[in-house]
Design a protein around this ligand. Structure first.
Ligand SMILES: Nc1ncnc2c1ncn2[C@@H]1O[C@H](COP(=O)(O)OP(=O)(O)OP(=O)(O)O)[C@@H](O)[C@H]1O
Ligand SMILES: [Mg+2]
Length: 218
């Protein structure tokens, strides 16, 4: 296997004296998809938030570019490369198209390149027909796809998806998985949490279950 982008070592997290994560290790590889399952409350969201820099662990080391760093020291540098997508889509009250284009506003692309990039993201996520619609008037599953397309267009090194297809019907799920597959092929490392591993057959390269604060390979 190719070199990992980031290796997280010994992640520890406690809430109200309960150990949620007990020295969890996780390696994130380019072009690979990691699936994490586990019971409600097992710590999946907490783990993703720590990887994204949104939740502070008691302890964690991150190996990056051949060196090991503490979570606190390196997170400000690497968090720009990592996108965490919450289960609940947060969209702006504008069209689907402008929601997707939002992340590109400070990009150095020309207007034409930006337009092409948005068009491709719309196509890949099966949202072309919704492009001019107000995003917050759409159904929950379609809104989830818009949030997803908005994250994908930024081409993150790591994309963390917390129960990404939970509100989606089969067709929406297929569009979302198609977009994930595309993103994976362009080098992104994807981490997905889900209660239904079968949805990600053919996409996930590794599958772990979070049990008693530890990741167990299944
Ligand atoms: N900010 C917080 N303060 C206190 N406890 C918290 C906090 N965030 C999470 N917890 C607790 O940590 C445990 C793990 O929560 P987490 O949301 O990570 O689980 P999960 O595996 O994502 O669950 P689900 O499958 O329901 O999404 C739960 O017991 C939760 O109550
Ligand atoms: Mg969760």
């Amino acid at each position: 296997m190719t070199e990992p982008l980031f290796v997280f070592h010994g992640i520890q997290k406690t809430f109200a004296k309960v150990e949620i994560l007990r020295k969890v290790d996780l390696s994130l590889y380019p072009e690979k998809c990691t699936l994490i399952t586990g019971k409600n409350g097992s710590g999946k969201t907490t783990l993703l938030k720590i990887i994204a820099g949104l939740e502070k662990p008691e302890k964690a080391e991150i190996e990056f570019s051949g060196k090991s760093h503490s979570w606190e020291k390196i997170m400000p540098d690497i968090c720009k490369k990592i996108i965490y997508l919450h289960q609940q889509a947060f969209l702006f009250s504008s069209t689907v198209e402008s929601n997707i284009a939002y992340g590109l506003r400070f990009n150095t692309m020309t207007r034409e390149q930006r337009r092409k990039s948005v068009k491709k993201a719309l196509e890949l996520s099966g949202l072309t027909e919704f492009a001019k619609k107000q995003a917050n008037t759409l159904s929950g599953g379609v809104q989830q796809r818009v949030a997803f397309a908005r994250a994908c267009i930024l081409k993150p090194k790591v994309l963390l998806l917390d129960e990404p297809v939970s509100n989606m019907d089969r067709q929406s799920r297929e569009h979302a998985c198609h977009l994930m597959q595309f993103l994976k092929s362009t080098g992104t490392s994807i981490v997905i949490t889900s209660h239904v591993p079968q949805y990600f057959d053919g996409l996930a390269d590794m599958h772990f279950e979070l049990v008693n604060g530890k990741l167990i390979e299944t």
